[in-house]
Design a protein around this ligand. Structure first.
Ligand code: SF4
Length: 330
């Protein structure tokens, strides 16, 4: 079991200076769209906070959110990253005490299960439960079992003692790919599987973006609550504006410059992908601001239309992904 050291102690042991700590706080405040003065508030609160115990459950998933979580993150945009070091993702690893995570943890079998139970016993009402993947309800929930127990029974037990719950990724939001028609396992998300999950935050995406995860957790540690959420539990700072409204290709769309075939002149010149099926106008996410893979790029930036992976029921509602869309993006 990890000792609950303060985050300030953890960073100090790693040689992180107060100046760098303030820079990190400033870039988190930028992601959260908080006023400038918030950086000082964040850094003071984080320094005094103990690392947050986490039980990370994985059910019907592809491990994409875990992969996303483990990526070291250095944003290419200095407005967000401040070109500072350590990075947003490294902060994530310093502020969390991940006591149970099936993909990453060293223990296996009996000892792994004990790690989960001990975290529940030692930190009741203090740990955060992160759920990755969908939960099957068909055939008594037997399509996904861990240690002889169904995913349904595990998630209900873990969230019942948690301080808060995060549904991480679109599968945990509402079933995702596993829940696509005909949904043979009866896959559902956390809200349906565990309606009593306390203080539920939903961070969709296929996979979810680790920047949105760390920003939300920093906010929780600073203000003792999640950032403002919409009625479905998604944080407004990340999911209130459409991809289209923030897209650097929007000028092209307004000028009627559309890609009409992969590899055509417009595609090579970065024109709008709406006619190639881009779902940016109907998808709400901050992808163009926070980007992916160490801030390198994002789907539209790489010349591929948005497939709406943050959307509820995206696999059924948004496919076929390359079908030309009629009308205009606005
Ligand atoms: Fe960007 Fe897609 Fe909107 Fe075109 S339709 S401006 S590519 S988000």
């Amino acid at each position: 079991m990890s000792k609950l050291t303060t985050i300030g102690e953890t960073l100090s042991e790693k040689g992180v200076s107060r100046r760098d700590f303030l820079k990190m706080s400033a870039m988190i405040a930028a992601v959260l769209s908080l006023p400038r003065g918030s950086a000082e508030t964040i850094s003071t609160a984080l320094a005094a906070s103990t690392r947050l115990p986490v039980i990370w459950l994985e059910f019907q998933d592809c491990t994409g959110d875990s992969e996303s979580f483990t990526r070291a993150y250095q944003h290419a945009d200095p407005a967000i990253s401040g070109a500072t070091d350590p990075t947003i993702s490294s902060l994530l690893l310093d502020i969390l005490s991940v006591d149970y995570q099936e993909t990453l943890m060293a223990p296996a079998g009996y000892y792994a299960e004990q790690s989960r139970l001990q975290t529940i016993q030692n930190y009741p009402g203090q740990y955060v439960c992160i759920v990755e993947g969908s939960i099957p309800t068909g055939n008594g929930g037997t399509y996904c079992c861990v240690g002889g127990r169904t995913a349904m029974s595990i998630v209900q037990e873990v969230v019942s003692h948690a301080r808060a719950t995060i549904a991480l990724g679109t599968c945990a939001m509402n079933g995702g790919l596993a829940g696509a028609a005909p949904n043979p396992t009866g896959a559902v998300g956390v809200r349906q599987a565990a309606p009593s999950a306390p203080n539920l935050l939903v961070i969709p995406g296929c996979p979810s973006n680790p920047v949105n995860l760390v920003a939300s957790i920093v906010y929780l540690l600073t203000y003792n609550d999640w950032p403002a959420r919409n009625s479905a539990g998604l944080p407004n700072f990340a999911y209130s504006e459409t991809i289209h409204d923030q897209c650097p290709r929007q000028d092209r769309a307004e000028n009627g410059q559309f890609v009409l075939a992969w590899g055509d002149q417009g595609h090579r010149q970065g024109w709008c992908l709406f006619r190639m099926g881009c779902r940016g106008p109907v998808t709400r996410s901050n992808c163009s601001r926070v980007k992916w893979n160490e801030g390198t790029n994002w789907c539209v930036g790489a010349g591929h239309g948005c497939i709406g992976c943050d959307s509820s029921g995206f696999w059924d509602k948004r496919s076929p992904f390359y079908a030309s869309v009629s009308g205009s993006p606005d």
